[in-house]
Design a protein. Structure first.
Length: 191
């Protein structure tokens, strides 16, 4: 994996395909540039980078749960992404995109179980919230909160969750505030 080492902080964004990740990127980021390249014989893979308004980079991790790619490729690809998430020094946190109507799938839980113990923060965007009524949105948010609390509550995990809609532009400021906190946490000021 060839990674530029500019030292600019990065936020990764991941999610099952069709969860609304591209739409969330469009709502949060400005323009794109191609960056990370992984070369295997006969194949080149990319992680696309976008620039956030804060100046940090948003690294678009390709969708997981893809049934279409051959198993061997899937294993390789997972390894590529896993290495990025485990080793990338610039990585300040992970945005995990879930369709508000199908939150915390098995794959999401697997990723969380693997990533959370590494100590980096995760912020979950429950996307397409406009597809639910206000009450159902609140109920889903509560349920996801409770599940995360049950799974990670006692372990000091840094996990947060919010409702999001790219279409209605709901939750953009909230997501940006969380990212801003990752980039300059109050407790790193020496106070
Ligand atoms: P990705 O595969 O995760 O990148 O998902 P996309 O961003 O391409 O979105 C998948 C589908 O959901 C598309 O048809 C989008 O138009 C739709 N979608 C994405 N975000 C929203 C949203 O906030 N509200 C609604 N109603 N539809 C959305």
């Amino acid at each position: 994996m060839q990674l530029p080492t500019g030292g600019t902080p990065e936020i990764a964004i991941a999610g099952r395909s069709n969860a609304g990740k591209s739409s969330a990127i469009n709502a949060l980021a400005q323009h794109t540039r191609l960056a990370y390249v992984s070369k295997t014989p006969g194949r080149t893979q990319h992680i696309n980078l976008f620039r956030l308004r804060s100046g940090a980079l948003l690294a678009d991790l390709p969708g997981y749960g893809y049934a279409k790619v051959p198993a061997a490729m899937r294993a390789y690809w997972q390894q590529f992404i896993a290495r990025y998430l485990a080793e990338r020094v610039e990585l300040a946190g992970l945005l995990l995109v879930m369709d508000v109507r199908h939150p915390l799938t098995d794959l999401d839980l697997k990723l969380l179980d693997w990533f959370v113990p590494r100590g980096r923060p995760v912020h979950i965007l429950l996307t397409k919230c406009d597809k639910l009524g206000t009450q159902a949105q609140a109920q889903t948010l509560d349920k996801v909160h409770a599940s995360l609390e049950g799974a990670y509550g006692n372990r000091g995990a840094k996990i947060s969750v919010q409702l999001f809609s790219a279409t209605r532009r709901v939750g953009i400021a909230e997501a940006e505030a969380t990212i801003a906190q990752w980039l300059s946490p109050a407790d790193s000021s020496g106070a």
